[in-house]
Design a protein around this ligand. Sequence first.
Ligand code: MG
Length: 326
Amino acid sequence: MRIDMSHGSGGKASAELMKDIFAKHYSNDILNKMEDAAVLELHGRIACSTDSFVVTPVVFNGGDIGKLSVCGTVNDLLMMGAEPKYMTAAFILEEGLEMSLLDQIVSSMAKTADEAGVKIISGDTKVVEGKGGLYINTTGIGLIPAGREISAGNCSESDVVLLSGNLGDHHACILSARMGIKNDIKSDCACLNRLVNSLLENNIGIKAMRDITRGGLGTVLNEIADASKCGIEMIEDALPVHPEVRGFSDILGLDPLYMGNEGKMIAVVEAEDAEKALALMKQNEDGKDAAIIARVICGKGVVMRTRLGGSRVVDVLYGEGLPRIC
Ligand code: MG
């Protein structure tokens, strides 16, 4: 059975779609009230982030658009030191979409939200003409505990930058699928709750965190250098890249520095906490390939110390990159 225009009509077919797929997977005390709006009891500082997901293919090695739409928003909340609590989910479905595929994606989304401790509390579905595609928007809400100040603008000279693992996995996975290239490259799509919590619970002096998505590490480090009005010096030899992703990107002339991930982050920490933070990351499945990759210096912009002892400027990603990676 496929989605058709009647599923967006607001009538009987819409109600069935709601009951048979969305309500079935997302059931929780707030959503189940089915009021016009979810009512939340929140106290304190609130972090809010929204993101739209348009990746193709919608199912890929290591995940799908449903899992991705939760991880992307949860990770953005986590990067501010927030505890992710609630999420909304809006779907734009193209007519012709296979109902069983939608069910699979919604189920994967519900499972990922559950694992991340997030309740899906409000949603929407629209149906448009098209070729069976599907787009998801999620908005997440999290609470920032009192006294926690994590921001891209907090970094200062001598701070150390840790990267939680291999660069480029998600980008290389999606590009492989799009180009019909068979390989074992798996997306790193993951919610980073455990990784972030282990740093916070062990009182690591975290100045800033960012997940590495579109634009890649090179772009993220430039954003941090700009926000903190300081420079960042990278060590080329320290950058972890999976051998298969390295080989794939070499063939296509891609630089893993600008390739997106969906389950990797950087943490900028005080120098005296760097080794402890690295050890904590490595204990975690999502951080087992973590490395210290850079330090904050006086100056501006990002420079790379190369293997040959020279240095070069690392700029932000210009131009297109790979569209529809997330
Ligand atoms: Mg982000």
